[in-house]
Design a binder for this molecule. Structure first.
Ligand SMILES: [Zn+2]
Length: 283
């Protein structure tokens, strides 16, 4: 009964989506061999952002384990994957970041430790994990996860330490996952400095120098917010509204591309990367 009713409308729609995804993948694969992509890797770098890596959920924040592995292999094959520290060093030294790619994770989900880190280790890839310090080691339910039961778990401090001990970078992402674009300066300072201090003490006194601001949109940070982040001793501030990195990029205004489940294949990323360059040229 139900299936008979749902078929006529949903099937063509689903098929249309699949065909579109397939065409984009095909186009992306073609672009990889184009002079345009060659120019891209000779002039630009990329920072990608993941949130969750698991096979339990299917939403815009989650990448399945097999797809994550596919993305890592793609990064390794078509880019020079380096750590965020290395990319910042290159930018500060006015050296080339062309063809470099940095892998990052936001929020501090436990599946980063359980599922993503083993794949990264196996492939020998560096990565940075930006954790919301007030969520680590407890059962806070983020408002965007309220629809899930059980809600996706956060890492424990022990797991965060293990990531750091394995050579991965751990950075700050505020204490409460606050929208820094809406807070007063004293509130921003509290979120920035307290997340820094929690990480520093939990990681055994190592200075914490990487920062990615929550939500990552243009409207989620202010100029005074960036200054506070810089004054707190951080070496960078990462956004997440798309775009790439050039030699002229400001480490306190670094673009990232979010990788979400709706990329059915890594080739689709090529399409979006080149599209963002064309957009830059038009602006
Ligand atoms: Zn976040």
């Amino acid at each position: 009964m139900t299936w008979a009713l749902s078929l006529p409308g949903s099937r063509p729609l689903k098929l249309y989506g699949l065909v579109k995804a397939w065409l984009r993948s095909y186009y992306g694969r073609y672009l990889l061999k184009s002079p345009e992509f060659e120019r891209f890797t000779k002039s630009r770098g990329v920072i990608v952002a993941f949130h969750r890596v698991n096979d339990d959920l299917s939403d815009s924040l989650t990448c399945s384990e097999s797809k994550f592995r596919m993305f890592c292999a793609f990064f390794k094959r078509h880019f020079d994957v380096i750590s965020l520290h290395e990319m910042i060093q290159l930018l500060n030294d006015k050296q080339s970041i062309a063809g470099k790619l940095v892998i990052t994770f936001d929020d501090g989900y436990r599946d980063n430790y359980l599922n993503a880190a083993p794949i990264l280790k196996e492939l020998g890839l560096p990565a940075s994990f930006f954790v919301t310090t007030g969520f680590i080691g407890n059962e806070t339910i983020a408002w965007w996860d309220e629809k899930y039961l059980p809600s996706p778990a956060w890492m424990s401090w022990e797991e965060v330490r293990k990531l750091a001990n394995d050579g991965f970078d751990v950075g700050a992402h505020t204490v409460t996952h606050a929208d820094l674009g809406t807070l007063s300066e004293p509130e921003i300072r509290r979120e920035v400095e307290n997340s820094r201090d929690a990480l520093t003490s939990e990681l055994g006194g190592e200075p914490v120098s990487l920062f990615a601001y929550p939500y990552g949109g243009k409207e989620n940070i202010t100029e005074s917010g960036r200054r506070i982040i810089q004054d707190a001793g951080f070496q960078c501030c990462l956004s997440c509204f798309g775009g790439t990195v050039t030699a002229a990029s400001d480490p306190y205004s670094l673009n990232r591309v979010a990788i979400s489940e709706w990329y059915t294949h890594p080739y689709q990323l090529t399409v979006d990367l080149l599209k963002s360059v064309r957009r830059d040229h038009h602006n």
